[in-house]
Design a protein around this ligand. Sequence first.
Ligand code: MLT
Ligand code: MN
Ligand code: ZN
Length: 309
Amino acid sequence: MLRVVVLGAAAGGGVPQWNCGCPVCRASRSEHPELQSSQASIAVSTDGDHWYLVNASPDLRQQLIATPQLHPRAGKLRHSPIAGVILTNGEIDAVAGLLSMREGSPFTIYAHERVLAILKSNSIFNVLSDKNVRRQPIELDEPFEPTLPDGAACGIEITPFAAPGKSAWYLEGSAHPAGNDGDGDTLGLRIRDKATGKYFYFLAACARVTDDLKSRLAGAPLIFFDGTVWRDDELIAAGLGTKTGQGMGHIAMSGDQGAIAALADLAIDRKIFLHINNSNPALLRDSTERKMAERAGWQIAADGTEITL
Ligand code: MLT
Ligand code: MN
Ligand code: ZN
């Protein structure tokens, strides 16, 4: 049985974002606290005793407090059920939470060489000492099986693949520590329970839906997909910023080229938007955009949701 917990559903910044007075952020601070959402991450397990995080968000500490499945087991002085962290990119909202896992419990970081190079080039991550925290490179289109603390295979097969995207925001205009070829900066993951064959896809960042991606996702039981913006230019139109969704490496939900249209008719059983920016009107439960997404068969992820496959 594959268990998935949504630790956080929001894009970088979260809801509310510290410096934002947009309608969603404002409502979330006052009459609609249910709109509050932490930055995107999920936890996955097959046995319920050992869990793997997909990305470690800056909100990790708060997410762990809110998630009993990830608490130290009773009777142990030092313990964590978290056996590993799989990183899909090097953005701050995917890696900063690693710094909240610095108190000496062992786990393994699984990431592409390009993301490992970013961690290596930032000495603050040296707080995760080699003794406790192994860093294991993962390759595009090569399935791997994370290990349990005793070194045995965990029964979850993960296949990373290149998703259309870009390198991290803070690297714009500067040299990438791993050089300029971008394959591996943004990963999608297929996560499969080897015992049951059940699987799902995770793509928190995806700039475009390509034919290759369509053929991967067709017929999937479940996908978590990039829901950053409703419209490509929504940050600009709302006066919140100068970047488009595309400029940030994120496809829009709506429009001819958007995720809703591109992923229609692929016989995907359950489609969930994740990594949702506070500017996205689909966060508001009574908005036209929310209704359009739901009518098209999509759910908007919420923190704390557990799904079993
Ligand atoms: C993104 O996904 O575009 C980034 O998370 C932006 C950010 O770090 O705020
Ligand atoms: Mn992000
Ligand atoms: Zn906002």
